[in-house]
Design a binder for this molecule. Structure first.
Ligand SMILES: C[S@@+](CC[C@H](N)C(=O)[O-])C[C@H]1O[C@@H](n2cnc3c(N)ncnc32)[C@H](O)[C@@H]1O
Length: 371
C-alpha cells in the first residue's frame, strides 16, 4: 500500500484515506451511478511514482529553501521533503537538486517554483521560476548545474526564458508493443501519467477497425493520440489551438515517419466554421478539406468539454470517440449526443490517482434511421 507522510495535509492528494484499489473502486462506482452504467472497462495506474510532470513551490525561511505545496485545508503551504506520486527519476533528484540550489546564491535567490518533466528514456527537464530578472550570470551557473545532474534546465522570470541545452525532452511510449517517439516541450499540454496515457491510446486504437476512410481530430496537442491512431486510417486532419503544440506535433510526425496526418492550428470553433464553409482561414491554404472522407471524429477537450458549436457539428460523423478529463462536462455533452448515437463502450482511466478525478473514454456510433 502506498503511504505518504503528507496525506491529509498536502492539497495534491484529496482521496488519501483509502488504499489505491479502494480509492479507484470509490471513483468507479460513482461514475457507474452518474452515467447509469452496468459495466465499464477499468484501467489502473501504478499505485505510486506515476506522475512524469510535477510543480512545487519553493519556500524560503531564514536563508533555507524547501519544497512546498498548498495545504489541503487551504491555509497556506506545507513544506515537504519527498513526494510519493512523482516518477522515480523526479523523486531521486528532488533533494540533491535542492541542496545544489541552496549552495548557489545566484540560483537560489528569489527562486519561486520548480517544475519537473521526466521521460521514460531517462531525460529530465527542470524549469526554475524566479521572482527576479535572470541574466548571463544565472546562465553560467545553470550550465554547471545542468552538467552536474545531466538535466535540461529552463530559467523563467517575467518575460524572460533562458534555455540550457533544450526546452524539450524525448519520450518513448509503447502502444501494443510498438514504440512511438515524441518530443515533449515545457509549454503545451502533456498527459501527466505515462502508463495510463499508454493504456488510453491503446484502448482507443483497439476500438477502431482498420478503415479506408479518414479521421478528424480536435484538441490534438502534440500528436499524442494522433500518431498511433493514424495507422488505422487513410488520412487524418488534426487540429489544436496551441501554436507550440502544433509545432511539436509536426516534429513528432517526422520522428515517427508518419506521413498521412495534416496538422493545423485552429480552435475547435474555427475548425467547425471552416468545415461548414462559414469562414476562410489562411492557415488552411493548400489544404483541400473536400478531399477528406471522414468517418470518425476523435475529441479530447479540456475540462470545459465541447463548445456548443462543435457539439452540434460532430453529430455529422458515424463514429465519435470522446476522451474526457471531466465527467461532469462529458455527461452534459453525452445528453446531447445520445439523442442520435448509441454508447458502444465506456472506459475509465485512473490518470489522477488519489484525487477525485477520473479520465473517461467513450465510443459512440450513429443510430441507423429506420425508414
Ligand atoms: C486535454 S488536452 C489533450 C491534448 C492531446 N489529445 C493529448 O493527449 O496530449 C486538450 C488540448 O486542447 C487544446 N485546446 C484548448 N482549447 C481549445 C480549443 N478551443 N480549440 C482547440 N484546442 C483547444 C489544448 O491546447 C490542449 O492541447
Amino acid at each position: 500500500m502506498m503511504t505518504c507522510e503528507y496525506f491529509g495535509i498536502c492539497g495534491s492528494c484529496t482521496l488519501y484515506e483509502k488504499n489505491y484499489q479502494k480509492q479507484l473502486d470509490f471513483k468507479v462506482s460513482k461514475i457507474k451511478e452518474d452515467f447509469n452504467l452496468d459495466t465499464v472497462d477499468i484501467h489502473t495506474s501504478a499505485p505510486s511514482h506515476f506522475r512524469n510532470r510535477a510543480e512545487f513551490k519553493i519556500y524560503h525561511d531564514d536563508g533555507k529553501i524547501t519544497y512546498a505545496m498548498s495545504r489541503l485545508d487551504k491555509k497556506g503551504v506545507v513544506r515537504i521533503t519527498s513526494c510519493s506520486i512523482v516518477s522515480q527519476s523526479i523523486a531521486a533528484i528532488m533533494i540533491p537538486l535542492l541542496e545544489a540550489l541552496q549552495a548557489n546564491p545566484i540560483l537560489e535567490f528569489k527562486l519561486f517554483a520548480i517544475e519537473f518533466l521526466s521521460s521514460s528514456t531517462g531525460e529530465l527537464l527542470v524549469t526554475l521560476i524566479y521572482h527576479k530578472k535572470i541574466d548571463e550570470a544565472w546562465r553560467e551557473e545553470a550550465k554547471k548545474l545542468s552538467t552536474q545532474f545531466g538535466i535540461m534546465i529552463i530559467g523563467r522570470s517575467r518575460k524572460i526564458k533562458l534555455v540550457i541545452e533544450n526546452d524539450f525532452i524525448h519520450d518513448t511510449i509503447m502502444i501494443e508493443n510498438k514504440p512511438y517517439h515524441y518530443k515533449l516541450y515545457d509549454t503545451g499540454f502533456i498527459q501527466p501519467n505515462v502508463k495510463v496515457n499508454e493504456k488510453m491510446i491503446g484502448w482507443v486504437k483497439n476500438k477502431i477497425i482498420q478503415t479506408e476512410s479518414d479521421l478528424l481530430e480536435l484538441y490534438c496537442g502534440h500528436g499524442n493520440f494522433t500518431i498511433p491512431l493514424a495507422e488505422k486510417f487513410n488520412k487524418v486532419l488534426a487540429t489544436e489551438i496551441s501554436k507550440n503544440s502544433i509545432k511539436a506535433a509536426k516534429e513528432n510526425c517526422i520522428l515517427n515517419h508518419t506521413d498521412n496526418i495534416t496538422f493545423v492550428r485552429l480552435s475547435s470553433e474555427e475548425l467547425t466554421s471552416a468545415l461548414k464553409k462559414e469562414r476562410i482561414f489562411r492557415r488552411l491554404e493548400g489544404i483541400e478539406l473536400e478531399d477528406f472522407n471522414f468517418s470518425h471524429v476523435f475529441v479530447d477537450p479540456p475540462r470545459a468539454g465541447l463548445d456548443e458549436k462543435s457539439l452540434a457539428f460532430i453529430v455529422e460523423f458515424d463514429t465519435i470517440i470522446y476522451v474526457s478529463c471531466n465527467p461532469e462536462t462529458l455527461k452534459r455533452d453525452l445528453e446531447v449526443l445520445k439523442k442520435q448515437f448509441d454508447l458502444k463502450a465506456f472506459a475509465v482511466f485512473d490518470q489522477f490517482a488519489y484525487t477525485h478525478h477520473l479520465e473517461c473514454g467513450v465510443v459512440l456510433k450513429k443510430r441507423k434511421e429506420i425508414s
